[in-house]
Write a protein that binds this ligand. Sequence first.
Ligand code: C5P
Length: 403
Amino acid sequence: MSSLADKRILLGVGGGIAAYKSADLVRRLLERGADVRVVMTAGAREFVQPLTFQALSGNPVHTDLLDPAAEAAMGHIELAKWADLVLVAPASANIMARLAAGMADDLLSTLCLATEAPLALAPAMNQAMWRHPATTANAATLCERGAALLGPDAGSQACGDIGPGRMLEPQALAAEVERLFAPVQSLAGKCVAITAGPTREALDPVRFLSNHSSGKMGFALAAAAQRAGAEVTLIAGPVSLPTPPGVKRIDVVDAREMREAAERAADFCDLFIGAAAVADFRPAEVAVQKIKKEDGRDSDSLALVKNPDIVAGIAARTSRRPFTVGFAAETEKVEEHARGKLLRKKLDLIIANDVSAADGGFNSDRNAVTIIDSSGATQLPSALKTELADQLIGIISARAFPG
Ligand code: C5P
């Protein structure tokens, strides 16, 4: 049976030069057995004639929200209900902004709001527009709401620029759509524990030592592992992020609490990922009352003691040892330092990232990482943490549970 047999795909064609590729995309989707209906924005119609899509899809093309004849044939709510998937390709910066804002001022945006079907977007725009913080924020908002971002690709662009923002080729897009309908359950039956976020080490009742970790990477990994079929326990330091659906969350505050929860979870897990930014040290003493500044003293010092290394403790186990993965946030000699940590902490694999890079690291929605294990290093280019998480879970599961 064809991979997309009986799947009803509503293809929203946005205004961009990549619209011509969507004509071929219709054919690739039909080849796989899908039933395709096309909605074109006014911008899309400047690039390609609706007749092209009508001839290819075998269905009338929908263009207007307020066209009585079209509404009588198949109203927009009916069309929204018809779809098993809404795929916007090309998704211009403008469409992404309007969808992120929840606009409903033309047929495509209204359908995206009215449908209960999953939404997939194939971004296509100039590289500077793709990199703009406004687009990054819109993409993150859409992903958080569950939209799948397919691409973009990087390379030479129609405008002459080189960089990320090219729409994926139709063949690759059709393959991604197949994957959405039948996601690879690479962690089916596996139990995964993940630490995420910072820890907070109390100094007195009102002060603490901590760091800038947002927890986004660890939370994205937990969501990706859950999507890949795992039973996931997420051990979270103090962060303000929603719990990914289907994930068991344990909230902790300091490193010792995090270790206790991690050790307990590791007893039952097949894969442990230390994505938390654990404070290396904690105050040697926690004052019971708020510490007062003493008059006349211009400096003070703080005695610190080392925190337990959670991920190294789990990697050092001689029994019930899960496949153990760590992170290395570095500002220089990234690969060299990460490799040192891989060996010192006896990890199976380490994910290194350059936190000094403008585009990525702590608190950013994006990250670019290098995966290092005994077999070598693999670089993954900058991507949204949500997307990167799916790639990382795919690679980690293949290394942890080959065959
Ligand atoms: O040594 P460093 O803090 O750079 O190591 C980072 C890795 O070790 C991360 O995976 C982090 O979650 C883990 N770690 C830990 N416990 C600590 C310090 C780091 O689990 N006390």
